[in-house]
Write a protein that binds this ligand. Structure first.
Ligand code: SF4
Ligand code: SF4
Ligand code: FES
Length: 480
C-alpha cells in the first residue's frame, strides 16, 4: 500500500513535506496499523495513539483531508495522512494542551445534589467526548475570534446541566465567545462520537442565556421584528410575495407540484433571485403554490436561543401548507430548508430546490463561457446533506472550479448581527479562497451566503437557479 505522510520536525525545518511510503498491511487494516508499519521501517515518524479502539482520542489525524481517528479508519491505497489543523509539534503530533485547558472541570457545590434521571439523560450525549480535538481543528470561528471552541462549549453545557456544579456556566460561556459560533456544524460532522455540539450545546447555552436576560441586544431586536411583522428582515422594497400569484402554472405539462416556502431573505432582501427560480421551475414543468400568509421559519430564533415565539411561527407555516393539501414543500434558502427538515415535525415532505430540479431532470440550458466556483452553504451541505445536486446543475451551464477548502462564509448563527467583526473576518477569508480559483463568479444556494459573500467579495455572486436561467436565456437568444 502506498501512503503519503506529512513530515515536519520544527527543530530542524520550517516547512513540512509529504513523504511516500510503501508498506505491506493486511486487508482491512486501519490507518493506525499503516502508521505502525511505517514506524517499523522509519522510527523517526512521530504519531500518537493509546487505546487502539476509539476510546482515548489521541490518534486523531487528517486522512485525505478529513479529521479521523487513525485507529478506527480503514486504510486506503494512495491515502494522505496529515496532522490535524492545529500547531504541529512533530510530524502527526499536534499541540493539544491549549485547547484541552479550555475544557472546564466540574466545580462541586458545598452540598452535593445528585442529578435526576432526566438530567443524566440530558447530560449523556455531551459526556461522550474523548478529547480528540477534531472539532477544534475545523472550527472557523476559532480562526478569527477569541473563542474557546466547540468542545469547551460542549463541556460548558454539560456542566450547566449538572446540579452538582457551582460554576456560573452561562456568563463563562459568553465570555468564552458563545455568540461567535456561526452554527456551521463543521464540529459535529467530524466528531467521532457524533456529538451535536451546535444544537445540543451552543444553541442550548444561548437559550439558557436568554432565560438569564443575557441575549445580545441585536438578537432581541430580531424577535421584536418577527413578532410585529412575521419576518426577521425589515421590508425595504417590494417583496417577492407581493409580486407573485398564489399558484404559478408551468409553461408545459405538469411534472411536479410543490408548495414554496420562500423565507425572509428571498422574500425581502433578494426577491429577484426567487423570481429567477420561479422562471426555471416554470420552464421545467413544476407547478408552484405559494401561500402568501407564510411567515419566518424561526431559524434565527433557534440559532440565537430565543424559543418562546417559535411554536407560533411553526404552527402558522405548517397550517398554510397543509390547508392547501400540499405534499411537498420546496425551500431555496439553506437555513429554512434545514430548519423545516430538522426542527419541525411536518406532515409534508421538505425538499430543497436543487433536489427538486435534479429529481425531475431539467431541460438542457445553453452553456455560458464562464468558469465559476461553488460555495457550499453550511445548512445545505451539513444541515441537509446536499452536495452533489447543485454541482451537477452548475456543470450543465458553466465550468466549475472547486475551492481548496469547504468553509463557512460567516453569515450564520446570528453572527452577522451579533458579532459583525467575526462575521466579516470569515467572509474575507472565504473571499481569499474564491479569489484563488480565478472564477468569473461564485455560485451558491442560500440567500445568507449570497448576500454576505456579495458584501465582501469583488467577485459577482449568483444563485444556482439564476445561473440556469441565464443559460436558458442564451438558448432562447440563439433560437431567435
Ligand atoms: S458550529 Fe462551526 S463555528 Fe460553531 S463551534 Fe462548531 S465548528 Fe465552530
Ligand atoms: S466533541 Fe467530538 S470531536 Fe470534539 S474533542 Fe470531543 S470527541 Fe473529539
Ligand atoms: S488510539 Fe485511542 S482513539 Fe485511537
Amino acid at each position: 500500500m502506498g501512503v503519503r505522510v506529512f513530515r515536519l520536525n520544527p527543530a530542524r525545518e520550517k516547512e513540512g513535506k509529504f513523504r511516500t511510503y510503501h508498506v505491506e498491511v493486511q486487508e482491512g487494516a486501519r490507518v493506525l496499523h499503516v502508521l505502525h508499519a511505517i514506524h517499523a521501517e522509519d522510527p523517526t515518524l512521530s504519531y500518537r495513539y493509546c487505546c487502539g479502539t476509539g476510546q482515548c482520542g489521541s490518534c486523531a489525524v487528517r486522512v485525505d483531508g478529513e479529521p479521523k481517528l487513525a485507529c478506527m479508519t480503514e486504510a486506503r491505497d494512495g491515502m494522505t495522512v496529515e496532522p490535524l489543523n492545529l500547531p504541529v509539534r512533530k510530524d502527526l503530533v499536534v499541540e493539544m494542551e491549549p485547547a484541552l485547558a479550555q475544557i472546564a472541570p466540574l466545580l462541586p457545590k458545598g452540598q452535593a445534589e445528585c442529578p435526576a434521571q432526566e438530567q443524566i439523560a440530558a447530560i449523556k450525549p455531551l459526556r461522550d467526548c474523548i478529547e480528540c480535538l477534531a472539532c477544534v481543528s475545523v472550527c472557523p470561528a476559532m480562526e478569527v475570534a477569541e473563542f474557546a471552541g466547540p468542545t469547551a462549549m460542549r463541556q460548558g453545557m454539560r456542566l450547566a446541566l449538572d446540579p452538582r456544579d457551582s460554576g456560573g456556566r452561562i456568563p463563562e460561556a459568553i465570555r468564552a465567545g458563545l455568540f461567535t459560533c456561526t452554527t456551521c456544524q463543521a464540529c459535529w460532522k467530524v466528531c467521532p462520537k457524533d456529538i451535536q455540539i451546535p444544537g445540543k450545546a451552543i444553541e442550548k447555552l444561548r437559550a439558557l442565556a436568554n432565560r438569564e436576560g443575557l441575549t445580545l441586544p441585536r438578537h432581541l431586536e430580531i424577535v421584536q421584528l418577527v413578532k410585529e411583522t412575521g419576518r426577521t428582515v425589515p421590508r425595504t422594497e417590494t417583496s417577492f410575495l407581493e409580486q407573485v400569484d398564489e399558484v404559478i402554472e408551468p409553461a408545459g405539462p405538469v411534472k411536479a407540484t410543490v408548495g414554496f416556502f420562500v423565507g425572509c431573505m428571498y422574500n425581502l432582501r433578494l426577491p429577484k433571485t426567487a423570481l429567477d427560480a420561479i422562471e426555471v421551475l416554470k420552464r421545467n414543468g413544476v407547478r408552484v403554490i405559494i401561500p402568501h400568509e407564510q411567515v419566518c421559519c424561526g431559524s434565527p430564533l433557534i440559532r440565537t436561543g430565543q424559543l418562546e415565539y417559535l411554536p407560533t411561527l411553526q404552527g402558522k407555516n405548517i397550517e398554510c401548507f397543509t390547508s392547501r393539501g400540499i405534499d411537498t414543500v420546496m425551500t431555496m434558502c439553506a437555513g429554512c430548508g434545514s430548519t423545516l427538515k430538522n426542527d419541525y415535525r411536518t406532515p409534508f415532505t421538505v425538499k430543497d430546490v436543487n433536489e427538486i430540479l435534479t429529481e425531475i431532470g431539467i431541460e438542457p440550458p445553453a452553456r455560458l463561457p464562464l468558469t465559476v466556483t461553488y460555495h457550499d452553504p453550511c445548512h445545505l451541505l451539513r444541515g441537509q446533506g446536499i452536495r452533489d445536486q447543485p454541482r451537477a446543475l452548475i456543470r450543465r451551464v458553466a465550468d466549475l472550479k472547486e475551492m481548496a477548502v469547504v468553509k463557512c462564509c460567516g453569515a450564520g448563527g446570528g453572527t452577522r448581527s451579533g458579532a459583525p467583526d467575526v462575521s466579516r473576518a470569515l467572509a474575507l477569508k472565504r473571499d481569499e479562497e474564491i479569489e484563488k480559483t480565478g472564477a468569473d463568479c461564485v455560485i451558491s444556494s442560500c440567500p445568507f451566503c449570497e448576500f454576505h459573500i456579495g458584501t465582501f467579495s469583488e467577485t459577482p455572486v449568483k444563485n444556482v437557479t439564476t445561473l440556469l436561467l441565464e443559460g436558458y436565456r442564451k438558448k432562447d437568444e440563439g433560437k431567435a
